[in-house]
Design a protein around this ligand. Structure first.
Ligand code: HEM
Length: 470
């Protein structure tokens, strides 16, 4: 089960009994490549540390039909056209079709409850126009350049605290000690979650991440616990939103609850909760990977680590190249609402599409020497933050956090070295990043206030703009 499925309260595919997609008679035979299927291999946790050679193989069949009738798209051109194609729907959740299992608990409580949850709490990332356009506008309106750049000081303070707590140690786990707590604290503060509750949020989030483990599917007990955690999170957020309505505090939740627009109206109660869960999870699970992938990449390319140490204004380019080179969110899904032809392959109506951003980001038809980590590259319009109408709303925040984090880490941690390469990875394939990143350090330099030079030099792009350049 993927994390973004959880955001939509989507049951794992394997628990659904949806009939397999019928293969189109029109499809070309060269789209079928079942033996030694590179996508299946890339999903295998054994290949998590380096799926890129498999993605290169996949690009040889850029529209690759899977055994279950879904299509994996791995070329830059194919993904670009689908991201802008209204026939490629983001509402990719299977319609509730639970067959009776004979298990009373599942047939009469768990599955109907899931269906109800899916209907009521569908986040905007899983919606199409006109709902998507309206909800996105209302959310993006909160992610103003002023609000995000206004977080710069807090981001610095949180970073300084986290690095400060590493004093006296000669070994750290960058994920647990830094990359995880930073974005959780930032998103909680932005949303207006009281500091006293951050720990609870982290616990809920870890529980949701735990649900990504394949083993989780085997345990009814774990599943029920995760469902209970969803409920706890939802009822917590419901209460928090009611409180924000009574006592607005200038945070995103409180402003979103109060905001009313002539054209786009107001966000309703269920949408507010779905949005809060989306922002909470999208806001940190991806950023953890960005910081960890970023540090790993810099340690493997010490010349760039040194250049960043010497010149912090390189941070925006370095972070952007990390998002291309090793994207924290490797793929997303769509559903074909009609037959769509890509690269000469007719994808049938109803087929599930996997947009493999991580493969497109290394497409040699789009990027010169794509396997080279090169922050100097020009025209770096990758799909690390998606593209088209669903382009990531949080990209400016993610960039702000990652830039500040990497600059501080390379400047303040002395004797930085990787203790394990490759590091162990999280099991999840779409949200890909190290589970732990063990680093050796020889000391900590005192902090100098990091001022966001990029903020002064160039305006952060407002997230409110629908779509991206790509
Ligand atoms: C490294 C960090 C991040 C990465 C790599 C990332 C990546 C993405 C991608 C690829 C999408 C497009 C999904 C699709 O096309 O189906 C997306 C959408 C989204 N992201 Fe991010 N994201 C990051 C951080 C954030 C943050 C910090 C937030 C908010 C605080 C955020 C909020 C969202 C939202 C709300 C959407 C849905 C937009 C829509 O459907 O219109 N993301 N993100």
């Amino acid at each position: 089960m993927r994390l973004l499925d959880i955001i939509a309260y989507r049951p794992p595919d394997r628990l659904l009994t949806a009939p397999r997609q019928q293969a189109s008679r029109k499809r070309k035979d060269h789209s079928i490549m079942q033996d030694n299927n590179p996508f299946a291999q890339a999903l295998d946790v054994a290949n998590r540390a380096d799926p890129y050679p498999l993605f290169a193989l996949l690009r040889k069949t850029p529209v690759h039909r899977e055994e279950d009738g879904s299509y994996v798209i791995s070329s830059y051109a194919g993904i670009k056209s689908l991201l802008h194609d209204p026939r490629a729907s983001s509402d990719d959740r299977p319609k509730p079709k639970h067959a009776k299992t004979g298990n009373l608990l599942r047939d009469y409580i768990i599955n109907p409850f899931r269906d109800w949850m899916i209907d009521r709490h569908k986040a905007l990332v899983f919606r199409d126009p006109p709902d998507h356009t309206r909800l996105r506008w209302l959310v993006a309106n909160q992610f103003t350049a002023e609000r995000i750049s206004g977080m710069g000081g807090r981001v610095q303070a949180i970073i300084a605290d986290l690095i400060g707590s590493m004093r006296g140690r000669n070994e750290i786990d960058l994920v647990a000690d830094f990359a995880y707590p930073l974005p959780v604290n930032v998103i909680c503060e932005l949303l207006g979650v009281p500091a006293a509750d951050h720990v609870r949020f982290r616990k809920w989030s870890s529980s949701l991440v735990g649900a990504l483990e394949p083993e989780w599917l085997a345990s009814e007990e774990e599943r029920l616990k995760t469902m209970a955690d969803y409920e706890a999170l939802i009822s917590y957020l419901g209460a928090l939103i009611r409180e924000k309505k009574k006592r607005p505090d200038g945070g995103i939740l409180s402003d979103l609850a109060a905001f009313k627009d002539k054209k786009h109206g107001k966000m309703g109660g269920f949408d507010l909760i779905a949005t809060a869960v989306l922002l909470l999870i999208a806001g940190h699970e991806t950023t953890v990977n960005l910081i960890a992938n970023g540090m790993l990449t810099l340690l493997r390319h010490p010349e760039w680590l040194e250049r960043l140490r010497q010149d912090r204004t390189l941070a925006p380019r370095i972070v952007d190249e990390i998002v291309r080179f090793d994207p924290p969110l490797q793929f997303r899904a769509r559903i074909a609402l009609a037959e769509i032809e890509i690269a000469g392959v007719a994808i049938p109506k109803g087929a599930r599409l996997v947009l493999l951003f991580a493969a497109a980001n290394r497409d040699p038809d789009r990027f010169a020497f794509p396997d080279r980590f090169d922050p100097d590259r020009q025209d770096n319009q990758h799909f690390g933050f998606g593209g088209g109408p669903h382009f990531c709303i949080g990209a400016p925040l993610a960039r702000l956090e990652a830039e500040a984090a990497l600059v501080a880490l390379v400047n303040r941690l002395d004797g930085l070295r990787l203790l394990e390469d490759p590091p162990p990875y999280r099991r999840t394939a779409s949200l890909r990043g190290p589970e732990h990143l063990m680093l050796g350090i020889s000391g900590i330099k005192e902090g100098e206030g990091w001022e966001s030079s990029r903020m002064r030099e160039r305006q952060i792009a407002p997230a409110a703009a629908l779509g991206s350049q790509s």
